[in-house]
Design a protein around this ligand. Structure first.
Ligand code: UDP
Length: 311
């Protein structure tokens, strides 16, 4: 039997590389598209000599001619620290990358999964956020390069569904963490773990009362695969509903690494969402999906990964 052919954009990144592991383990073929601007080649190096794996070192906005059955589109600059430094290329990669990949899906009549983001809800005025919430967001925000370009990419997805009947899935991914994540891209879980092991103080922006809800990668992967295999063409939130303040997260990580680490408070990031928690009723009803891994268990696994590979 000829294996299904997948294209995973951003395949050297955190979520992309973990999807690749799943696809290859189930006998499918994977093209991994990544220009290594954010991702790490080490995340996919175990597959480099596998006959079902091909690495394409190229930006997602550049022309690509391949035959595929499924496209998993993750390529983008996703860390606030990085996208706030590179706003124009963030918008460019997000919008033009999605447009290119949607046309490639159309040429191949391939299934397409778009990794949208909880960031499309902006600084939400309702908590938890349901998919039908329009968000609280401004084009002039310094975070708009990410949030608005994800929104515009969703617009492209809906129009490809309407105009070409393309089978597009839209996953609105909330904060996630776990092995293969970057420990140096400025995102909070990676930052805190790295800081704790380097015996540095943990950096909290603001007073740490802002909240996020963190989903362990294994749970997220199950949700993404269920969504890709479904008949659903509407946006679906994928995330953990366990909302926690950033100062409580810091304390849990300090306890888990069993070190005496100080916390230092810095200025709050401008325009950042103060609360974030997904409503996942739609994922529960339509995909029979909900996260299973508790925060402390997931953080312990992530810390072990850091110890084994980065310490
Ligand atoms: N944060 C923090 N210290 C850090 C990194 C992040 O206090 O070293 C906070 C950040 O201000 C935000 C939350 O942690 O409230 C999550 O930030 P992250 O960059 O991981 O992603 P976001 O959810 O903002 O996209």
């Amino acid at each position: 039997m000829i294996p299904k052919k997948n294209l995973v954009t951003g395949g050297a990144g955190f979520i992309g590389s973990r999807i690749i592991d799943k696809l290859i383990n189930q006998g499918e073929f994977v093209y991994c598209l990544d220009d290594l601007s954010n991702g790490s080649k080490a995340n996919t190096s175990k597959w480099s000599s596998n006959k079902n794996f091909e690495f394409i070192n190229q930006c997602v906005t550049k022309p690509l001619k391949i035959k595929v059955d499924k496209i998993w589109h993750f390529a983008c600059i996703a860390s606030p620290e990085l996208y706030l430094k590179n706003p124009i290329s963030t918008t460019n990669i997000s919008f033009n990358g999605t447009l290119k990949m949607l046309y490639l899906a159309k040429e191949n009549n391939a299934k397409f999964l778009f990794s949208s983001s909880s960031e499309i809800y902006g600084n939400p005025k309702i908590n938890p956020q349901k998919e039908k919430y329009y968000g609280n967001i401004s084009t002039s925000s310094i975070r708009a390069c990410y949030s608005e370009s994800k929104r515009l990419s969703e617009v492209l997805c809906f129009d490809f569904i309407r105009e070409f009947n393309l089978d597009v899935k839209i996953a609105r991914i909330f904060n996630s963490y776990g092995p293969n994540m970057s420990f140096s891209d400025g995102r909070v879980v990676g930052n805190f773990i790295r800081q704790a092991f380097k015996n540095k103080y943990l950096t909290i922006f603001g007073d740490g009362t802002q909240t996020r809800s963190f989903c362990f990668i294994d749970d997220l992967l199950d949700g993404l695969i269920k969504l890709m295999n479904s008949e659903i063409n509407e946006p679906i939130n994928l995330g953990n509903t366990n909302e926690i303040s950033i100062k409580d997260l810091a304390q849990i990580i300090i306890n888990l690494v069993e070190r005496k680490i100080q916390i230092k408070n810095f200025d709050m990031r401008i325009d950042e969402p103060l609360t974030r928690k997904p409503c996942i009723n739609k994922a529960k009803d339509l995909l029979n999906w909900e996260p299973k891994i508790k925060l402390k268990e997931g953080l312990s696994k992530t810390i072990l990964h850091y110890r084994n590979y980065h310490y």
